[in-house]
Design a protein around this ligand. Structure first.
Ligand code: HEM
Length: 451
């Protein structure tokens, strides 16, 4: 996309989207509520229910907004409404100083040296998944469910020292129950309906939150009773102190963060992996290259932590799967004060969408955007693109804190599983549907085949 095409006129054309049409699309699948021209234009201003919204898919404008003007932005009503009941004001949903001290409090858990120590737990969970799957050879499995279980085991083991008996099946169902009616939340926030407005699935969603938060309260109470001396996320949150005031986190704030990490920290990677296995099964030549690479790097031995940096093609495959199916498909911000973007003044209160899904499928950024081609992530090809042409983990100070954690666990899971088995498709690939994260509309069933 040329630099010239970015310059915005103060009077940019506004696409009017009829409110009823927008609301219906939001409820059914918020991806369908994106203005179609955002897949080919650098930005779109749209008007729904009387208010202007900005959609950005130009990498330079995204940089100017999410990075340069990060201080002028907050998460806004849409995000808090959709996620607040579950995540309170934890790291993902907080703004300003409250966000900053929470991020600083947990940052050390995500440094490269800390991540290295977590790799044995990742390998252990991946091997358990492989062995579980090998018991189902020539049978269909729900690959999304299998990956959820695997990444859940990892997050609980690495961040909460095992989690002491949380019911993983019920957690998975509860997250689905909570996220299923999220389109209603987006729609109701567009028309400014009060938070208590009833909608289909609300009661079930609230029950799910109650279960999730009470499970984590039990974990915290147990930890306070018998401090096991583990240096993990729970202990970091318990001992965190605000550098300005010295204030420690309340139990509610600790639970907000445990909820944030347990949900943001496993569902996203699991979805990315499920889409990856589907894509590999449909592209046997890419699958063969991954398998050859694993064989060459491990020399037929078990996958170990020191193999991970050499599994370049495996990582390219996961990156390309997240281009086509970004697990977090849309980022939302609200302007907390006026700021300039290009030569346009964005007024306070404006809602800004960065539809990662549209950026990753954009006709001006990618050749044949719908084609699965992991070679797009060869170092030279990646270097020739704008830094924000590809952004599955977001951008700026709010970039995903678990970015490196997710890439490491994904490569480990792919390598450990593909060393011993493959998956074959049974049906057509389901359509992606946005439920905060990008899920398959129907479960992704695949047949397990031994290597
Ligand atoms: C493939 C996997 C993942 C994807 C695609 C992903 C994507 C994202 C994105 C796009 C954001 C930014 C949201 C925004 O700007 O509004 C984000 C934030 C966040 N992610 Fe991830 N994530 C993944 C894995 C993880 C993991 C493994 C963890 C934790 C172990 C994690 C924890 C978080 C947290 C706590 C935030 C909020 C950070 C902040 O606001 O300071 N994520 N993630």
């Amino acid at each position: 996309m040329s630099e010239r095409s970015l310059s915005m006129k103060p009077m940019a054309p506004v696409t009017i989207i009829p409110t009823a049409k927008a609301l219906l699309a939001l409820i059914r699948n918020p991806l369908d509520a994106l203005p179609p021209s955002i897949f080919s234009e650098p930005f779109v201003f749209s008007k729904t229910a009387g208010s202007i919204k900005i959609y950005l898919s130009d990498p330079a404008l995204i940089h100017e907004t999410l990075v340069t003007n990060a201080d002028a932005l907050g998460k806004g009503d849409q995000v808090r409404r959709a996620l607040g009941p579950a995540l309170g004001t934890g790291l993902l949903t907080a703004d300003g100083a409250h966000w900053k001290w929470q991020r600083q409090s947990v940052a050390s858990a995500f440094r490269p040296s800390s991540l290295k120590e977590l790799q044995p737990a990742m390998l252990g969970a991946a091997r358990n998944a492989r062995d579980r799957l090998l018991e189902h050879t020539h049978q269909p499995v729900d690959i999304g469910h299998e990956m959820m279980k695997t990444t859940f085991d990892i997050i609980v083991e690495t961040m909460m020292s095992g989690g002491h008996g949380i019911d993983v099946g019920r957690v998975e169902r509860s997250i689905t129950d909570y996220l299923s009616p999220s389109g209603w939340n987006f729609a109701l926030s567009v028309v400014g309906a009060p938070q208590w407005t009833p909608y289909p699935g609300r009661r079930r969603a609230m029950k799910a939150v109650e279960f999730l938060r009470s499970s984590l309260t039990t974990v915290l109470e147990k930890r306070r009773r018998n401090n096991c001396g583990s240096e993990d996320l729970v202990s970091m949150l318990i001992s965190a102190a605000d550098p300005e005031t010295g204030r420690e986190m309340t139990d509610v704030e600790i639970i907000d963060n445990l909820m944030t990490f347990i949900t943001a920290g496993h569902e996203t990677t699991a979805l990315g992996l499920a889409w990856t296995f589907d894509l590999l099964a449909r592209h046997p030549e890419c699958e063969a290259r991954v398998i050859d690479e694993i064989e060459e790097v491990t020399q037929g031995n078990d996958v170990m932590a020191h193999h991970v940096p050499d599994l370049h093609y495996t990582k390219q495959v996961f990156s390309e799967a997240m281009r086509l199916y970004p697990p977090a498909p849309v980022i939302t911000r609200t302007a907390l004060k006026d700021f300039t973007m290009g030569d346009f003044l964005v007024p306070e209160g404006t809602v800004i969408f960065v539809p990662i899904y549209a950026v990753h499928h954009h006709a001006s950024i990618w050749n044949e955007p719908e084609t699965f081609d992991p070679d797009r992530f060869l170092p030279e090809a990646a270097k020739s693109r704008h830094r924000y042409a590809y952004m599955p983990f977001g951008a700026g100070p709010r970039v995903c804190i678990g970015n490196a954690f997710a890439m490491t666990e994904a490569v480990i899971i792919l390598a450990v599983i593909l060393q011993k088995l493959r998956f074959r498709t049974i049906d057509k690939t389901p359509q992606p549907i946005m439920r905060v994260t990008l899920r398959p509309r129907t479960s992704l069933q695949m047949q397990v085949v031994p290597a």
